[in-house]
Design a protein around this ligand. Structure first.
Ligand SMILES: [Zn+2]
Length: 129
């Protein structure tokens, strides 16, 4: 699994501080591995199945965003070709393009907000001290 999302935070069980999770830490969570807290260097792990499910769903968001980008590009291209063929006026073509771009940014903003996730990390069992 490739996690390309950002904005996911974790709360350390040892020092109670919040850390912005780096891509390698997100990967560790994805494969259920413990990793060291950036503040106290103690090992933490995501154990809660509910949170793990939410975390996993972030990956499908980024996939959805990629396909949405492709859809918008196609819409812009189709509008441009229709204008060339005389099926749309310049104004209509601009309107279609603006609407497509607006929808894209609105959806991306919505998903970006949902991506702001703070995971409550637990002390790793294998490394607990
Ligand atoms: Zn810590």
């Amino acid at each position: 699994m490739s996690v390309v999302t950002t904005g996911v935070q974790g709360r350390c069980a040892h020092c109670q501080r919040t850390l912005l999770l780096q891509p390698w830490q997100l990967n560790a969570i994805a494969i259920n591995e413990a990793f060291a807290c950036a503040h106290c260097q103690k090992h933490v792990q995501l154990c809660c199945p509910e949170q793990f499910k939410r975390f996993k769903s972030l990956d499908s968001f980024s996939l959805l965003r990629a396909s949405l980008r492709l859809m918008v590009c196609t819409a812009l291209l189709v509008a441009l070709v229709m204008e060339w063929l005389g099926m749309l006026s310049v104004i209509e073509q601009l309107n279609v393009s603006l609407i497509a771009i607006f929808v894209y940014f609105a959806v991306v903003r919505y998903f970006r907000r949902r991506q702001h996730l703070t995971l409550i990390l637990e002390a790793a069992k294998a490394h607990a001290d």
